[in-house]
Design a protein around this ligand. Structure first.
Ligand SMILES: Nc1ncnc2c1ncn2[C@@H]1O[C@H](COP(=O)(O)OP(=O)(O)OP(=O)(O)O)[C@@H](O)[C@H]1O
Ligand SMILES: [Mg+2]
Length: 306
């Protein structure tokens, strides 16, 4: 399948101390939703800023829609729409004026820019607020206006940096629906998220990024399979938790009293786990054997950082 984004050996440092990207390789197929999933500071925004030609990498290559980000930035910009992590809305323009301005920046004529603006405002449930100054919009409305702006130019690749952070659950579902409709219409969506549920629900493929490196990539099911067939979830008295964690190999803490342990051998692992705890005089308050969730995958892959 053709790739819309091809990244090889991409590196970016800030000053001497921070390696934001430590050699990233990534291939995003055209069509569908691709999620970059990672904790705070993993390098998601940095990678997106390189792809969107907002900053330059120190080394490595990145191509977007066939164009090299360093050599052909204009061609890259023409192919993408971007909604950044923080809404870039002009407070002293109305919603409609904001979108018209963006359309003009994309090179549309005034009338076409206005028409496209109305279309996307309608789609984001902002038609009634179109004539109001953006400074009177709520946080969620600004977020939606920002997303609307990223679509005015009908991009082949839509890049969304944490599109649903800070919006209410109902609006989040609206954004998910909108993303799915766009993909049905042929747009490729590359999004970053810290929400496993969002990646699981929306993404065809997921790359987990941690400390500037891709640590795993595949479909949600492939990632879950790599964690091994099953996971043991233990509830413990708070006083027992650290002792239990030290006893069990591969244990990942959850909350104050929980532990997750990979259980590739299912029930046999459950028995040895409980036996090991009992031998230490620890009695769990809850024991469950279940299929891994994306949460487990994420915790396991990024555990070393915590
Ligand atoms: N302009 C900058 N100057 C210095 N350090 C930076 C700059 N931008 C990012 N960093 C650092 O690079 C690393 C990666 O940051 P980045 O913003 O890419 O992470 P992120 O995955 O988007 O995190 P978040 O989920 O919090 O948005 C962090 O350690 C961050 O502090
Ligand atoms: Mg970020």
């Amino acid at each position: 399948m053709a790739s819309i984004v091809q990244v090889a050996e991409l590196r970016k440092r800030f000053g001497k101390e921070v390696t934001a990207l430590g050699g990233v390789d990534l291939d995003v197929p055209a069509g569908g939703v691709f999620a970059l999933l990672g904790p705070n500071g993993a390098g998601k925004t940095t990678l997106i800023r390189v792809l969107a030609t907002l900053i330059e990498a120190d080394s490595g290559t990145a191509r977007v829609a066939g164009a090299d980000v360093a050599a052909e930035p204009a061609a890259v910009r023409a192919a993408i729409g971007l909604a950044g992590q923080y809404a870039a809305v002009d407070e002293y323009l109305t919603g409609a004026e904001n979108l018209e301005m963006v359309g003009r920046l994309y090179g549309l004529g005034r009338r076409e820019a206005r028409r496209r603006g109305e279309e996307v405002l309608e789609r984001f449930g902002l038609a009634e607020a179109a004539g109001r100054y953006a400074k009177t919009y709520s946080g969620g409305m600004r977020r939606r206006l920002d997303l609307a702006a990223s679509l005015v130019g009908r991009p082949a690749l839509l890049i969304l940096d944490e599109p649903t952070t800070g919006i209410d659950p109902a609006s989040r579902r609206d954004v998910w629906d909108m993303i799915e409709r766009l993909v049905d219409g042929g747009t490729t969506v590359l999004l970053t998220t810290q929400y496993l549920e969002e990646a699981d629900r929306l993404a065809d493929r997921i790359a987990v990024i941690d400390r500037g490196r891709i640590v795993s990539e595949g479909t949600a099911d492939e990632l879950k399979d790599r964690t091994g067939g099953a996971v043991i979830a233990l509830g413990l008295a708070a006083a027992d938790r650290d002792k239990a964690a030290a006893t069990l190999t591969g244990a990942v803490p959850e909350g104050d009293t929980g532990l997750h342990i990979p259980a590739p051998n299912g029930y046999a692992d459950l028995r040895t786990t409980v036996d090991a705890l009992v031998a230490q005089g620890i009695e769990p308050t809850a024991v469950a054997l279940r299929k891994p969730t994306l949460d487990d995958v994420f915790l396991e892959l990024t555990a070393a950082a915590r």
